[in-house]
Design a protein around this ligand. Structure first.
Ligand SMILES: [Zn+2]
Length: 286
């Protein structure tokens, strides 16, 4: 998961889009029948699809949830708060009043967005219309809705647009995601359960991305070993050619953590975890 500031999203939206979104919301607001309103919202999907390319540009086509860059994906725009139905609350009818709200849009891949079963590897995921809460009684509804109500909700899904959410995910050497060992607390507590729920519903444990993260981790490990040797030559033999080569290695290692790089959060976890074995990793965080 990668942090996407809301200010960056807003800056990408053309001025005339906001009036279009307001008009679409006004048209669906007068519809009281749930099914008819859901249909009317879906009929106006060109409103959010009009922003797809602009949102994709923000992180070079990467999914904001899983950081994959998969050109085969349909590249949907997910509504962080589902627009028509809530899997965890039959009677709610969805956050339909946020259907055309740019602050509710998250650019993602079909693996994270659509329900999918990976029978071979025993995982199931895909956000679809899920939006579980820690305390379900505090779900915002339109009649009572205000920013205050939304802020009081305790979503169990990590949000890439919330700065403190992406760092809660940790990635191990085997490529598997987990709650951050120092930030999330024990199993059963709020942050730990938010991360495990997000891993399941965004399908962050799908074997394809687990394999890719594992490969990245090994690439970083090899690069660190090379850099460590150059640091040793510089330290023990005053080898100035090693100094220049070391600087190049550090630049390459930093680049793995750049926001536009696939699985940059995994790279960050790998470099942090390997600092004990490869002290040269300290240079990457300077
Ligand atoms: Zn994804």
């Amino acid at each position: 998961m990668i942090y996407i500031p809301l200010s960056e999203i807003k800056a990408k939206i053309p001025d005339d889009w906001f009036a279009t979104a307001d008009q679409a919301l006004a048209e669906v607001t007068v519809i009281t029948d749930l099914k008819a309103r859901a249909q009317a919202i879906n009929d106006r999907d060109d409103v959010w699809k009009a922003l797809r390319e602009r949102l994709a540009e923000l992180r070079k086509d990467k999914c904001w949830y899983c950081e994959s860059n998969d050109s085969r994906s349909d590249r949907p725009i997910d509504h962080y708060r589902p627009k028509n139905t809530i899997a965890e609350c039959d009677t709610h009818g969805g956050y339909w009043w946020l259907a055309f709200s740019w602050e509710n849009f998250r650019y993602c891949c079909t693996f994270c967005n659509s329900k999918r079963v990976d029978k071979e590897h025993g995982t199931t995921g895909g956000k679809h219309d899920h939006f579980p809460l820690w305390t379900d009684g505090l779900r915002a509804t339109f009649g009572k809705c205000s920013p205050y109500d939304l802020e009081r909700e305790k979503p169990m899904l990590l949000d890439p647009c919330c700065e403190t959410d992406p760092p809660l995910l940790w990635f191990d050497e085997d490529g598997k995601p987990a709650p951050h060992p120092h930030l999330c607390g024990a199993q059963g507590t709020f942050l730990y359960e938010r991360v495990t729920t997000s891993i399941t519903l965004y399908h962050l444990d799908h074997h394809k991305i687990v394999d890719r993260r594992q490969q990245l981790y090994q690439t970083i490990k090899r690069k660190l070993a090379q850099a460590e040797e150059k640091l040793r030559r510089l330290r023990e033999h005053a080898d100035m050619t090693a100094q220049q080569a070391l600087a190049e290695d550090v630049r390459e290692l930093k680049e793995f953590m750049a926001p536009e790089q696939p699985y940059s959060a995994t790279a960050r976890c790998a470099l942090m975890a390997l600092r004990g074995s490869y002290p040269v990793a300290e240079l990457v965080f300077l």
